[in-house]
Write a new protein. Structure first.
Length: 374
């Protein structure tokens, strides 16, 4: 068990999101800091114990290396329980400890200044440009102090070159991070959005449904699901072509967007099927919204060659189910009923349908007063 836990902590990425360690980004920060601290500490141990550099202060190097290793172990063992400010603070602590390393080797104008690079990378990439600029300033001050004490030949040009390279590195890291975040946002939007209508797709719908249902459970507030199907859509495709059908779907998406609230979620389920997720709305409120959309559909397609209409089926939490599957099936049954009754209408799931679905799922159904019924 201990071995498995250590393996999980040393892995760069988790197998899945939302595990006991929480935020994946925080885990990445912690791992980067852990490996950086551990690597620098091992380098310090090698300099003090293995190499034969003259005039090196070995006890001082060992002390600094031990402190760095302690930080690395702390991050490894407790990064999932440490407060968020720990990680930016660790970069400032690293800057504070690198200065003694340079001082104890008595070679401040040497390739050892590369130790500042992972600090700047972590500061700019994980903690932003402002914190990165603070670290650059701290490096300029502490490194300048070591050079002033040791006074090596060419100290001022070496200080200016080192600080300048670190400033340039930080700016490059910031630009790379901004570009990566932009690309990730674009990919996430593409993965969640239907390319034709711009509405959410099935994948995003499921994610939002799960979160909103959990909020409704905690707050004891209602939530409604509207399933919609465009009537006689095949006729438009057959008579006017798929291009006209695509334009009609875009018009429908615009109607959903215009009529829904900002907190509602409009979804294209596929083909000519749509859904609306309505947080904090009971079946009466959902019915009124469906009727507004239905009336707007009549107006939008009144003068077109194929006059499209739309049918709705509505189910609400907790009146018609407690789980996603039960609510979706209740709304689907209501939509099927609307189609069977002649289309172009809104049907709210009745209690007989909801109870039948609950019996299939072996779950309780809310009574008329919100209590569970057998």
């Amino acid at each position: 068990m201990i071995r498995a836990e250590l393996k999980r902590r040393f892995e760069w990425r988790y197998a899945k999101l939302g595990d006991s360690y929480g935020n994946l980004d925080m885990a990445s920060r912690a791992r980067f800091a852990m490996y950086a601290w551990g690597g620098v500490s091992l380098l310090g141990l090698c300099l003090s114990l293995v190499t034969r550099l003259p005039n090196i202060d070995r006890p001082g190097m060992l002390a600094v290396s031990a402190a760095g290793m302690a930080v690395a172990l702390t991050l490894m063992i407790g990064f999932d329980r440490l407060p968020s400010w720990t990680f930016p603070a660790s970069t400032a602590l690293a800057v504070a400890l690198i200065a003694p390393v340079l001082y104890f080797t008595h070679r401040p104008a040497s390739p050892l200044v590369i130790l500042y690079v992972p600090v700047i990378v972590a500061a700019f990439y994980f903690h932003g440009a402002k914190w990165g600029a603070v670290q650059n300033l701290l490096i300029a001050v502490t490194y300048g102090a070591v050079l002033a004490i040791e006074r090596p030949e060419g100290a001022i040009p070496y200080w200016a070159l080192t600080v300048g390279i670190l400033v340039l590195t930080g700016n490059l890291i910031e630009r790379v991070r901004d570009r990566i975040e932009q690309l990730v946002a674009e990919l996430d939007r593409a993965a969640r959005t239907d390319p034709l209508t711009g509405l959410l797709n099935r994948r995003a719908f499921k994610q939002e449904f799960e979160m909103e249902l959990e909020r409704s459970r905690r707050s004891a507030r209602p939530m409604s699901l509207m399933m919609a199907d465009v009537d006689h859509f095949k006729r438009m495709n057959d008579e006017l072509g798929h291009g006209a059908g695509d334009e009609a779907l875009k018009q429908m998406a615009a109607l959903f967007h215009d009529e829904a609230r900002r907190v509602d979620f409009a979804v294209r389920m596929g083909g000519e099927e749509f859904a609306l997720l309505l947080p904090g709305t009971d079946e009466a409120g959902a019915y009124m919204l469906a009727e507004r959309v239905r009336a707007a559909t009549h107006r939008a397609f009144a003068d077109q060659e194929v006059h499209l209409t739309i049918s709705f089926g509505i189910a609400s939490y907790p009146a018609h189910g407690y789980e996603i599957d039960a609510l979706m099936r209740a709304a689907d049954h209501a939509l099927y009923t609307a189609k069977a009754l002649g289309r172009d209408r809104t049907v709210v799931c009745n209690r007989a349908i909801a109870k039948a679905i609950a019996i299939e799922d072996d779950r309780p159904v809310a009574s008329e007063h919100g209590r569970a019924a057998a």
